[in-house]
Design a protein around this ligand. Structure first.
Ligand code: GNR
Ligand code: NI
Length: 186
């Protein structure tokens, strides 16, 4: 079991559409263990595999209160099969966008179909924080981030800040086409 590095924007992999999990074997279970270790250590209430660089449709989640018993949940190949017309607003954050929080409107309730860790088909109807977090994680599987649900002005500000930070930290920073045009040509 290992704590893995969490990808931070503007890392391009975060924009990939993740692939269906084809086989639930020891390797996949080891990845799930790494995801829980990484998620609990962060700490976060959810993690999509792509956040540790694995483009698979796989989510770990635990929305239990910090003083309550753990409620680890795994969702393999999840699909939203129903969403309520009613919406709710939560202040969201994302481990891939550290220390930025903003309110996001989403369907208040969703019904999700998925495979559990034994490969058995399951359905879950969720509301509250579980619903919000599930939708946030399923967005990650499609390369969508919570900042895609806020105003372009706010999103552009966040992207600019993280691109600048990545540029300053050098080496592991973004690829050239993630950089803003230079203000000092000539
Ligand atoms: O830890 C997290 N908290 C959170 C709070 C409100 C809505 C969504 C989330 S998910 C986030 C962890 C994360 O980035 N998952 O992808
Ligand atoms: Ni996230």
């Amino acid at each position: 079991m290992a704590i893995r590095d969490i990808l931070i924007i503007p890392e391009k992999k975060l924009r990939l559409k993740s692939e269906l999990v084809k086989t639930i074997d020891a390797r996949l279970r080891a990845l799930v263990d790494d995801m829980f270790a990484t998620m609990y250590e962060a700490p976060g209430i959810g993690l999509a595999a792509i956040q540790i660089g694995e483009p698979l449709r796989l989510i770990t989640l635990d929305v239990a209160g910090k003083d309550d018993p753990k409620e680890p949940r795994v969702f393999i190949n999840p699909e939203i099969v129903w969403a309520s017309d009613e919406t709710s607003t939560y202040e969201e954050g994302c481990l891939s966008i550290p220390e930025y929080y903003e309110e996001v409107d989403r369907p208040a309730s969703v019904k999700v179909k998925f495979l559990d860790i034994d490969g058995k088909e399951q359905e879950l109807t969720a509301d509250g924080l579980l619903s919000t977090c599930l939708q946030h994680e399923i967005d990650h599987l499609n390369g969508v981030l919570f900042i895609d649900h806020i105003s372009k002005l706010k999103r552009d500000m966040v992207m600019k800040k993280f691109k600048k930070a990545a540029r300053k930290s050098g080496g592991d920073g973004p690829l050239a086409d993630d950089k803003e045009p230079s203000h000092h040509i000539g």
